[in-house]
Design a protein around this ligand. Sequence first.
Ligand code: BUP
Length: 472
Amino acid sequence: MDTEKLHVAIVASPGLGHLTPVLLLGNRLATHHNIHVTVIVVTTQLSPAESKILHPSTAPKLLNIVQVPHVDISGLIDANTKVVTQLSIMMRETRPRIRSAISAMNHRPDALIVDLFGSELFPIAEEFCMPRYIFVTSTAWFVALTTYCQVLDKEIQGEYVDQKEPLKIPGCRPVHPKDVVDPMLDRSDQQYREYIRHGVEYSMFDGILMNTWEDLEPTTIQALRNDEILQTVVKVPVYPIGPLSTPVKPVSQKSELIEWLDTQPSDSVMYVSFGSGGTMAAEQVNELAWGLELSQQRFIWVVRPPMESHADGTFFTAGNGPDGTPAYLPERFLTRTHKLGKVVPLWVPQMEILNHPSVGVFLSHCGWNSALESISNGVPMVAWPLYAEQRLNATLLTEDLGVAWRPTVLPAKKVVEREEIEKMVRNVMQYREEGKGRWERVKEVKCSGDRALSKGGSSYNSLCEVIKDCER
Ligand code: BUP
């Protein structure tokens, strides 16, 4: 390692949705800014997809990956412990291992960047006197809500979801009570307290990096910088450095799925995926299958088995019907829809699919990585948010940016019925034929993201500022 070059360590908390943008940031720093990067990945059991993106052959020359196995926290949690609590405990408990990994490096990092669950690692940066940054792998709106939640906590009585009025964040667009992030759904749960703590701790860092860009969220970014009241909780500079999204790489051999897409008309296929963590109730999966079939529109559906048991207590099994249709889909679904679409299990090459000219719309959970990938391929979305901050993202994509449709039945209903899904899919695919505006709008947003990232663009310059500060 060239010890003259700046060396930055970036820590990724467990989960593909965190690892993906951290690696993208690492890649960008190494390839566009010519600095050494060590990505420290806190690993649980790696999925095949995670193993694939962590393979050393995929890393650029200046990027090194160090895996730190997480500490077993099973004695500290129970079956009811929510995700944010679990991740917070895991990062807290794994801190000594991360410290050892950093301390063992021949060329000690000059700066530390941690992702949104990494505020637990502040003491390490302090001990080694490193400049330190939080990388929030989401929107500026999410940063505003997270940092301001400590104030809302004092001002608002009762559950946020029960409020009659939207939650006001100074200088920012208000948050509709139905859109609050998962940890704000139950104020008595430990994950709510962990979430508030995260927001407080962001301001202890030297700055907050966000996977967004100036032109995407101008009002919110300005408020994070200039609003007097918001500044009392944010306190530190914010750096919009996005959109960081996976590049499409040329492949030597096309998958069967891409070959099928090659035979479909332009913009005619709806890509349906609810992300690496998204599962639905069995009844909803069944209704979605019927809805897709009844719509008679082309689709690729990345389907996951529902995470629940039958009424008699038995779980859905991997068993397939005579035509290969999984037990949790309507009988003979694959046979009836084989000309119309493809049902595929996790994992698919999402970027390649979104980049394909036959894909016209993405029915998406609105995870921020997926949303950025859709935008960077000029594909509008139908927003079907499920968890985490996805409802917030869905509102941003629909109401502010105009790059998505949010069906009115979502999420008002517990189960969206087949007829409603049929109508929604038909309508959206028909808009395309009629040449309606969301396709033009998403292309404009894509171009503004490309401009932000290009040399001299706002996100490029923002990252340069961070690097300059680290060099001081
Ligand atoms: Br699923 C899936 N193929 O089949 P998340 C995901 N991905 O390439 P997000 C695939 O994984 P959340 C698949 O393109 C993205 O870059 C996808 O996906 C890729 O993250 C990455 O975990 C991560 O679904 O949702 O969209 O931010 O809110 O769950 O983090």
